[in-house]
Design a protein around this ligand. Structure first.
Ligand code: SF4
Length: 414
């Protein structure tokens, strides 16, 4: 019997081998997914909530109130979209153009700079399937996929047998963790865990580059040079190496220059690729869709047919400077993620919240539209953390509208 597989949209891995058992429109069992994915696939519910202020309203009222807010705004902010489909993201870009909006997503304070460099071909990259089939050396730097992307090591990067890696992790793969604490991933890496002090990444990179060219590696925090030389020797022998870069590394660097130098040095001696550890199911999609349209991955402002870009158009800076006069927040909760001193400025402007879940943002929104959970209640396409496009379909039916359907209605009414 042919099996019916679903895609889990619980994280940027977009695992496409999920089986579910559903009865009366309720998911009872989920197979193959990790603990995060199991919980995610059971998130569907048939209730649809529409609110204006504190009052429950019908769909048409909520949409027309949202339209009125956007029409009255001179510089609305459109933000979020990390869990929206590519189709919804493209509509949001059109909406931003139509309303002369500032458009941003969480990558402006997460991995956006790294993804932008990747899209500009400044790093060599590969797919997770390449990793499974070929990788012999993987580095997890400033990232802990065992907790953030729980099937990363088992499905792609360390434990599986791959086409060219039939003997698997026991004999053919080396996993290395470089981090400021012994995470669950670092524990799996055993002796190949390199614990560095917070903010010590740039120096460690320089020391590693020195070691790669046979020089004595030095750090101000006296990391044992012998261990760095050992690490350099393993990396030099890699036939297909991959560096998985997480927030821990990006936050620790002032800019990406040390990482460019490291990847160049690694590729002089061996064959190394870089994959950003994108968290949300379709942040990479948003970055790529906006890049295709504007040449930037986030923090843009559309005005008179032109596009402006810069940190001043990020959510953080535009809320700080109070340059936006309304906000459409899609699938995100700035009130629980941004510093209170910044998020509180959202209380001074009308906010439209599109979210499958009640959040602090939806509770403080002028308009709340309770949308479908992508991948559970609505379908579309998304872009995996490695850039591979994935189709996903709904598991259950719902009365709730998808982000895409709501944005379409708003666009039409505008
Ligand atoms: S690793 Fe991510 S995509 Fe895969 S099952 Fe877990 S939550 Fe879902």
């Amino acid at each position: 019997m042919e099996k019916n597989y679903y895609v889990c949209t619980g994280c940027g891995m977009l695992c496409d081998d999920i089986e579910v058992e559903a009865e009366k429109n309720i998911v009872n069992k989920v197979y193959t997914a990790c603990r995060v994915g199991v919980a995610h696939m059971k998130e569907g519910t048939d209730n649809a909530v529409f609110r204006v202020g504190d009052k429950p309203v019908d769909e048409a009222t909520a949409v027309s109130e949202a339209v009125a807010i956007l029409k009255n705004a001179k510089n609305p902010l459109i933000f979020g979209l990390g869990t929206s489909s590519n189709e919804a993201q493209k509509l949001a870009i059109e909406l931003a153009k139509k309303t002369s909006a500032t458009l941003d997503d969480p990558s402006s304070f997460r991995l956006g700079s790294l993804v932008e460099a990747l899209l500009q071909n400044r790093f060599k990259t590969c797919t997770l399937d390449d990793v499974r089939n070929k990788a012999d050396v993987t580095i997890y730097w400033g990232t802990n996929p065992s907790d953030s992307h729980p099937r990363h090591l088992s499905k792609h990067s360390y434990f599986p047998r791959g086409k060219e890696k039939q003997r698997g992790w026991e004999e053919e793969r080396t996993a290395i963790a470089i981090d400021v604490r012994k995470s669950h991933t670092a524990k799996i890496c055993g002796n190949y865990f390199f614990e560095i002090p917070p903010g010590g990444d740039a120096e460690f990179i320089d020391a590693l580059i020195a070691a790669l060219s046979g020089k004595l590696p030095k750090t101000s925090y006296n990391f044992p040079p012998k261990r760095i030389l050992e690490l350099a020797n393993i990396l030099k022998g890699a036939k297909f190496g991959v560096v998985f870069v997480g927030l821990g590394l990006v936050y620790s660097l002032e800019n990406l220059e040390p990482l460019f130098r490291l990847m160049d040095a690694l590729n002089e001696k061996a064959n190394f690729h870089l994959i950003p550890m994108v968290g949300y199911s379709n942040t990479r999609g948003f970055n790529e869709n906006l890049f295709e349209e504007t040449g930037y991955v986030n923090s843009v402002k559309f005005e008179d047919g032109a596009v402006k870009h810069g940190p001043e158009y990020s959510i953080v800076e535009s809320l700080k400077a109070k340059t936006v006069d309304a906000a459409l927040i899609i699938g995100y909760d700035p009130f629980s993620s941004l510093p209170r001193s910044i998020a509180k400025n959202l209380l001074e402007i009308p906010v439209i919240s599109l979210n499958p879940f009640e959040t602090l943002t939806s509770r403080n929104a002028k308009v709340y539209i309770n949308t479908a959970v992508g991948g559970v209640e609505s379908g579309g396409t998304a872009t995996r953390m490695d850039g591979v496009k994935v189709d996903f379909k709904p598991v259950v039916e719902t009365k709730r509208l998808s982000d895409e359907a709501v944005l379409k209605k708003i666009m039409e009414a505008l």
